[in-house]
Ligand binder design. Structure first.
Ligand SMILES: Cc1ncc(COP(=O)(O)O)c(C=O)c1O
Length: 425
């Protein structure tokens, strides 16, 4: 078979491909596996019971069910859902939205390619623009989508604040952060995958002001944020204005299987999404919006997020922290302050092997985590810290988390011991 140049993008493995393949491998493995790798949310029985109830109501409603499975939706996505969500966001956050500010996609991941390639790459004036990531490490899923020959991401190294209890927090380094004509947009995930960081209100205000001054959009990936799933454990104000493109998703609520993403943006951006949906998939899925509209209308989804989802992850986070305290007390480990999402980002300062090597060794023992390097854009200049961290998803069962973290501690301890033995020789 002869493939075009375009196909080469899909012939190689990438960070995102590997992440999803690991997830598939761990799901179908028969041996003892500790899946602390991919981004699957937890199965929370109370949440799943409520979603099952909503699904039963839907299947019992002959007309609604028939429409949902038997008709394409509008290319911008289900209008009733968009209206309901626009009203909710307006009431909750005062953002003055209508359905023309909202589009549905088949998962947030499917919006990134369109958005990033629309604000970066080649421009009619022959310029080449990039997406600035002001705080790396950043979500691995962004980096593979560029269609241009040249890299479309520019990452900036985080400042590190050391905190008590062996924690640290990344901070945007505003010194020298100067937006210029080579920047087409700025993008942050908040809460951040992979670190669990929540960029502060002050940092957001500064980024927003810089973007507005330069007339380029600020893309905020709220896959873990407010209003849903609300996996955020620190005070933080959600932001939107007509220069902000906010991405929301139903995945981390517990619905990654039904692939529903949401874009909240100015109408000209929504039009792009709508046309992209029509061209590439005719229409987005109706399932997520149809299932969730009644829950949003009754205010039930907000209760689910506040009363079930957030407390669940807070408890899981605290448990994972206590396990680390116990099994890694002798190791030089620091944990990024876990302020949101479902990950712990562990920094083994001075790790004698790369985190990629650690990842391989752990996988051979059936423990899946993610190494740190893929969370930096490929073109970003090297930094020792880039190879010293791993991401651990703590949504798995407590038993799996204990087993996985204990195994990680053992393998890391061995690396430090081997290195010390070599030096002593
Ligand atoms: C930060 C972040 N954004 C977006 C996504 C993609 O979510 P979706 O399932 O809506 O495509 C993920 C998935 O893990 C994520 O971690």
């Amino acid at each position: 078979m002869h493939f075009s140049n375009f196909a080469t993008r899909y012939q190689k493995s990438t960070g995102t491909v590997r992440l999803m393949e690991d997830l598939g491998a761990a799901t179908s493995a028969t041996g003892s596996i500790c899946q602390l790798g991919g981004g699957n949310p937890a199965h929370i029985p109370e949440v799943e019971a409520l979603l099952r109830e909503a699904m039963a109501d839907l299947t019992a409603d002959t007309q609604a069910f028939g429409k949902m499975i038997g008709e394409y939706d509008a290319p911008g996505g289900n209008v009733a859902f968009r209206e309901t969500l626009a009203n909710l966001l307006t009431e909750q956050f005062g953002w003055a939205l209508t359905q023309n500010n909202i589009a549905i996609t088949n998962g947030s991941q499917s919006s990134f390619g369109l958005l990033f390639n629309s604000f970066a790459g080649s421009f009619p004036d022959d310029s080449h623009k990039r997406i600035l990531l002001p705080l790396t490490p950043e979500y691995v899923g962004y980096f593979d989508v560029g269609l241009a020959e040249q890299p479309i991401f520019e990452g900036r190294r985080a400042e590190i604040d050391l905190l008590p209890n062996r924690q640290f927090k990344y901070r945007v380094n505003f010194d020298g952060l100067q937006l210029n004509d080579n920047h087409g947009a700025v993008c942050v995930s908040r809460p951040t995958n992979p670190t669990g960081n929540v960029i502060t209100d002050e940092e957001m205000a500064e980024l927003r002001a810089a973007c507005r001054e330069k007339n380029i959009p600020l893309i905020v990936d709220g896959a873990y944020g407010l209003p849903f799933p609300g996996m955020i454990f620190t005070p933080a104000t959600p932001v939107w204005d007509d220069n902000t493109i906010l991405l929301l998703s139903l995945s981390k609520l517990g619905l990654p299987g039904i692939r529903t993403g949401i874009v909240v943006a100015a109408p000209e951006v929504i039009q792009l999404i709508q046309n992209n949906n029509a061209i590439n998939s005719l229409a987005p899925s109706r399932l997520g919006p149809t299932l969730l509209t009644p829950l949003l209308q009754r205010g039930q989804l907000q209760n689910i997020c506040e009363q079930l989802i957030r407390p669940h992850y807070e408890k899981k986070r605290d448990h994972a922290l206590s396990v680390i305290e116990e099994v890694m007390s002798d190791l030089p480990v620091r944990i990024h302050k876990p302020e949101g999402a479902l990950f712990l980002w562990l920094w083994f300062e001075g790790l004698p092997v790369t985190s990629e090597n650690l990842y391989q060794q752990l996988m051979a023992k059936g423990v899946f985590v993610l190494p740190s390097r893929p969370f930096y854009p490929p073109a970003q200049s090297s930094w020792r810290h880039q190879d010293e961290c791993i991401r651990v998803n703590y949504a798995a069962s407590d038993e799996t988390v204990v087993k996985g973290l204990t195994e990680i501690a053992q393998v890391v301890r061995e690396q430090f011991r081997n290195a010390a033995a070599l030096v002593a020789r």
